[in-house]
Design a protein around this ligand. Sequence first.
Ligand SMILES: CC(C)(COP(=O)(O)OP(=O)(O)OC[C@H]1O[C@@H](n2cnc3c(N)ncnc32)[C@H](O)[C@@H]1OP(=O)(O)O)[C@@H](O)C(=O)NCCC(=O)NCCS
Length: 194
Amino acid sequence: MIRLENLTGADLSDAIEDIARLRIAVFRDWPYLYDGDLEYERRYLQSYELSDAAIVIGVYDGDWLVGASTGAPLADHAGDFQEAFESSGIDLKTTYYCGESVLLPRYRGRGIGQEFFDRREAYARGLGYRNICFCAVIRPPDHPLRPSQYRPLEGFWEGRGYARLPGVVAHFSWKDVDQAGETVKPLQFWLRSL
Ligand SMILES: CC(C)(COP(=O)(O)OP(=O)(O)OC[C@H]1O[C@@H](n2cnc3c(N)ncnc32)[C@H](O)[C@@H]1OP(=O)(O)O)[C@@H](O)C(=O)NCCC(=O)NCCS
């Protein structure tokens, strides 16, 4: 039996270790190719624990966390994103940020990705936020690890009313599965009003 739960506060903290493992498993695949590190994950996910207005949508199959999606005020991630938004004219304080959506492959294609957005948008709207955004890695079209069967998510995001914010691009480093060390990746921001 699959169920979704909105996790905040102590429930969110309790799920951190499982979310970290899920992120490492799911983001190993294209397009993230992330060679994950549990210590880094714990530190990164702590930013959600420390944020008063953060939410995690947890997907459970029985007791197992099989999917998760995160959200927090953009201002709580300002250190990472301030530069990207600098000349955008977007007010960080009234913008909510969607972090990751990760779902184990066998649970995909049954509407859970849509529900992740429904719930985070409703939560942010309920808190009075005006805009909601997320970012996605940009990979070169001819990247050697791009699977020939990969179905891009851009159409899904556009269908939900999100559009690319021209020039709003953040940069993050991580180690790709096919690289010896970390490399910098550009991440494109997408936004819609609430
Ligand atoms: C993103 C993700 C959570 C979506 O989950 P999902 O439950 O399969 O999504 P849904 O079933 O709600 O489908 C969402 C839309 O994507 C489309 N879609 C379905 N399967 C798809 C697939 N394999 N690839 C791309 N798009 C797909 C559907 O058309 C659907 O749109 P529709 O409802 O208008 O038909 C899941 O694909 C995933 O975990 N991907 C890997 C991690 C990732 O890339 N996350 C996003 C960036 S953080």
